[in-house]
Every structure is written in C-alpha cells, then in structure tokens.
Write a protein that binds this ligand. Sequence first.
Ligand code: G6P
Length: 471
Amino acid sequence: MKTLIVSNRLPVKIIEENNEYHFIPSEGGLATGLADVYKSGNSIWIGWPGMEIPEERQQEVIDKLQEINLYPVFLTQEEINLYYEGFSNETLWPIFHYFVTYAHYHQNYWESYQSVNQKFADVVLKIAQKGDKIWVQDYQLMLLPNILHQSLPKSTIGFFQHIPFPSYEIFRLIPWREELLNGLIGADLIGFHTHDDVRHFISTATRLLPVTSSSNVILNKERQIVIEPFPMGIDFEKFSELAKSASVKKEVDDFNINRRNNLRTILSIDRLDYSKGIVERLRAFDLLLTTNPEYLGKVTLYMVVVPSRDLVPQYAELREKIDQLVGNINAKYRHVDWNPINYFYRSFPIEVLSAFYSTADVCLVTPMRDGMNLVSKEYVATRNNNDGVLILSEMAGASKELADAIIVNPNNIGDIKDAIVQAFTMPINEQNIRMIAMRDIVQKFNVKHWVNNFMTKLNEVKEFQNSLLTN
Ligand code: G6P
C-alpha cells in the first residue's frame, strides 16, 4: 500500500541547458513544504515537470524521475497556456485571493482545465493499485477527486487546498462553480489551512449544490465528506540546524563584512505575486523614510522576489511596478554609501535564504491574502537566539498560529510603518518572549505533524464510510 501524492507541479522542475535536462527544486509553499516528506514514506509523487517535453524525450524524463519516485504528467504548450497560466492562474488564483477584477472567464481555459484534470486522472489510474491512498493537492486539480472517485469508488481520496477558499459571495462569481465543487466532493476528506476556509467551503457547497451539512461533514446522498482545517507546518529542525551549519555561518560572515555598523535590516521574501502585498510593503517603507528621517542611512530593506508565472500579464506588470518603485525609493533617499533597498529578482539556494533569515532584525510578511505563508515560519525556525521580530499580515493563514508576531492589516500602509518602528524599538526581552512562543508552535506543529494528522484523519474517515456500507 502506498500513498500517491498528486499536484500540478512536481517538487522538481526541469530546465534545459545545452540540450541537456537538469532538475532543480520548484518554488512555492506546496513543493518546499512537502518535498522532504514524500521521500521518507512509501509514496510516489505525480505531477508536471514544469516545461513542455517533446514526445521523443519523454521516456528519458520518466526514467530519470522514477529513480526518485516521481512520475511526470506531460503538458503540451497549449495546455500550459490554457490550463496552467489560463484557468488556474488567471481565473482561480485571483478569485481565491479576492482579486476579483483580475479574473478572466474564458470557455477555452475551462475546457483545457477539464481535459488536463482528466489527463492527470489517466496517469493516476495507470499507477494506482488497490488499497493505495490518493492525496490530491491544490486548486489546479479541483476536478480530479471526483474523476478518480467515479473510476475507483472504493479508493481513499484526500484533497488539500494550499490557498484560501473564498467566501460564497466571491466564489459564486465563477461560471463553472457547481462543476468545481462537484469535482472536490469526490474526495473523502477535504483539508484547508484555516477554520475560515472550512467555513467558507461548507457554506458555499451547501448553497450551490444539492447537499446538506452537519457540523464539518457534508452529506451527499449516501456519502459523507469531512472538511477540516490542517494548518501546514515546515520542517522546523531543518531550518534550525541549517542556521548553525558552517556554510550558512560563512554566508552570514560575508554578509556582515559588507554591512555597515549599526545598520538595521528588514527582510522580505516572496514569489512574484500580486497577492503578496509587495507594492504596499514598498510604500510603507517609503513612508517610514519620509516620516522617520532618523532611519535614513540606518536601515536597509532586503527584498527577494522569486520569479514566478511571469508569462501571465498581471505578473509581468507587477514586476515592472516593483522595478519602478524600488528605483524611485532608492533614487529619492540613497547616499553614496547607502542604498535603502537591496532588491533581488531571482531565487537563492536555501543556505543563502537561511543567511538572510539569520541576519534580518525584522521579517516583513504582509500578503493581501495567503493560504498559510511558510516564509514567516521559516524565519521563526531560523532564529535560534530567540531574537528578531516578525511583522505578519492578518490575511495570512499563519497569523492564526503566530499571534505573537506584530499583526498588521496589509492595506494599512501607516499601520505597517508603525509596526516597523515598533519592531526596531522592541526591547530584547520582549523579542525573546514573542519568538520563544512562536518557535514552540512552529516546532510542534511541523510538517510531519501536518502529514500525520491529515493521513490519520483520512484513514478514520474511510473506515467510517466502509462501516456504513457494511452495516
Ligand atoms: C502556491 C500554490 C502552489 C504552487 C506555488 C508555485 O504555493 O499553492 O500550488 O505550486 O504557489 O506556483 P507555480 O505556479 O509556480 O506552481
């Protein structure tokens, strides 16, 4: 018996150099969060390797991936455009993050989304054996649970959504809303990061589908589907130990050599995404330098933006906007030997990220909406000395657990600016008290705990369903 993890993206993606394929880690919470877990158990991960692979080279990719228990689903360029960039990231992503005016509703996006979900099902059905558990991940594959349930009615199917589930008033805007919900309720257990997501899903499903609910159970004819929150964690020990390693210490030393005495640092790390509140964060930093000139020359914002979905027009526009704002702020305040913002538009190896987390006095995480946000947890796990301050948006799922952060409304630029001042003036003993409390939570509710909880619940739900059938 094994677990099949199915997600749009595999934890590695292929890049091509000199006609050779190389595998590099994928970005984003889902891939980084689950990547270590699947290796430890008896599991296979099925997903897209990140680019179009010509038919004649597909076997080569299958063979290479099989060595690490990964199985590819190949997408054509047209499917990448319509299903991935289109329906997933121009329809569902903006709606689920409350950017309703960004959403496009195109019939050809929807048709491609349906056929690609079927394509994923065909691959799963080739690999799945009796007794296997199938764990489908995220909004790109909302139709998959029901397709699988129809073909394998006795199988055990879990679904976890890594992004928020919006309120009914927002979700109902989608032209194919019933089809999406019907797709999901093919699962036996549906998980979200927070209670609010669960609440939104249950009220949406009961208003749009002929189903009823009782507490956190949806009743669909004879079937019971359980909906629960499972706040995702990180590998705490990995981040904590990494910060103590020689390679990270060397990065930190290099970093300190280049940093002027008494320079305070603020860190911001995200994928390029309008849901992350990067523009508002820059405006808040700009406001800080205007209203609090005592910080001129004394504070630097390290801003890492990891390239993502840059073929989707809104992402390309956001990138330009960030370039412009960073340029303006730097031009307005810089001295010959000081730059207010050090901006990086690229990804970094985990050792460098760890050095960033280790040296940042303040970590500024202010998404407009975020399912969870694992960056905030990685910062906390790295702070072995219990110092440093986390400023966290109340719109991130993580704010429900990390209540000892300074919690801000990401739309309130003045509030973010005040939070930065509060962070810089926070006495060390208060930093320690807050950080210790947050570290306890991140350590205890780590990613292993998350997987175990989900899997234990999935088994219980299935056993209960089976007992109903035999009675
Ligand atoms: C978020 C989503 C993931 C997605 C990741 C990266 O974390 O929840 O499903 O994989 O972003 O986005 P991408 O479009 O590059 O896969």
